[in-house]
Design a protein around this ligand. Structure first.
Ligand code: HEC
Length: 183
C-alpha cells in the first residue's frame, strides 16, 4: 500500500511540473496563449472582423489548407496596450461550395477563422513576432488532433503547421500581401 501511495505522489508532482512548463516553455497552447487569443477575439468582434455583426466581403477561391472559399481582412488591432498588424481570414467550405452558396448563407458555410496578429517586439523574433490562432465559428480556440489549442507560436519548430508553412511566404510570412513587412 505504501508503495502505491508514494508512486501516486510522484506522478502528481510530475503532472504539476508539466503544467508549469506549459506556461513558460511551450510555444503554443498554454493558458497564457489561450487567454490572449480570447482577448484578441473580443477585439475582432468589437471591430466587426468576426462574430455575429461581422462585415462581409466578397469571397475568393482559396487553396488548402485554409479552404476553398475565403475572405481575408488586413487591419490593425489592439489588445491591452499593444497595437499591431492583424490579418483575419475566414475559411468557408465544404470543398466544392460555390460563391453563390457562400453569399446566400455565409454563416452555415463558415468553417474556421485563421488569424495572424503582430505582437510586441521580442514575442517571436524568429518569425516577425506573429501570434497565430485558429478559431471555430463560435469564437472558441480550435485544437489540433492531439488536443492542443491552436494559439500562440503555433507549431514553432515543427515540420508542419502555421509557422513552417508560412515561412515559405515572402519576407513578412504573409502570402497574400507584401504590405506588412516588419520595420
Ligand atoms: C500548408 C501550408 C499552410 C499552413 C499549415 C497554414 N497556412 Fe495560412 N496560408 C497558407 C497560404 C498558401 C495562404 C495564402 C493563400 C490563401 O489565401 O489561402 C495562407 C494565408 C493565411 C492568412 C492570410 C494572410 C496571408 O498569409 O496571406 C492567414 C491569416 C493565415 N494563413 C493564418 C494561418 C494560421 C493561423 C495557420 C495555423 C493554424 C495557418 N495559416 C496554417 C498556407 C498555410
Amino acid at each position: 500500500m505504501k508503495m502505491i501511495a508514494v508512486s501516486a505522489v510522484a506522478s502528481l508532482s510530475i503532472a504539476v511540473g508539466a503544467a508549469f512548463a506549459q506556461d513558460t516553455d511551450m510555444p503554443f497552447g498554454s493558458e497564457v496563449e489561450i487567454d490572449f487569443a480570447e482577448r484578441l477575439w473580443d477585439h475582432m468582434e468589437e471591430e466587426r472582423l468576426a462574430g455575429p455583426e461581422m462585415i462581409r466581403s466578397f469571397p475568393y477561391m482559396g487553396s488548402e489548407p485554409h479552404g476553398m472559399m475565403l475572405e481575408t481582412f488586413y487591419a490593425v488591432g489592439t489588445v491591452g496596450d499593444h497595437t499591431g498588424d492583424l490579418v483575419v481570414k475566414r475559411n468557408f467550405g465544404p470543398e466544392g461550395v460555390s460563391i453563390d452558396e457562400v453569399l446566400a448563407s455565409p454563416d452555415t458555410h463558415l468553417g474556421a477563422y485563421t488569424v495572424m496578429f503582430r505582437r510586441e517586439e521580442g514575442y517571436d523574433p524568429d518569425n516577425f513576432d506573429w501570434f497565430w490562432a485558429r478559431y471555430n465559428p463560435d469564437g472558441s480556440v480550435a485544437q489540433n488532433p492531439a488536443g492542443m489549442a491552436l494559439a500562440g507560436r503555433v507549431a514553432k519548430g515543427m515540420e508542419d503547421g502555421c509557422i513552417a508553412c508560412h515561412q515559405g511566404a515572402a519576407d513578412d510570412m504573409v502570402f497574400t500581401s507584401d504590405h506588412l513587412v516588419a520595420d
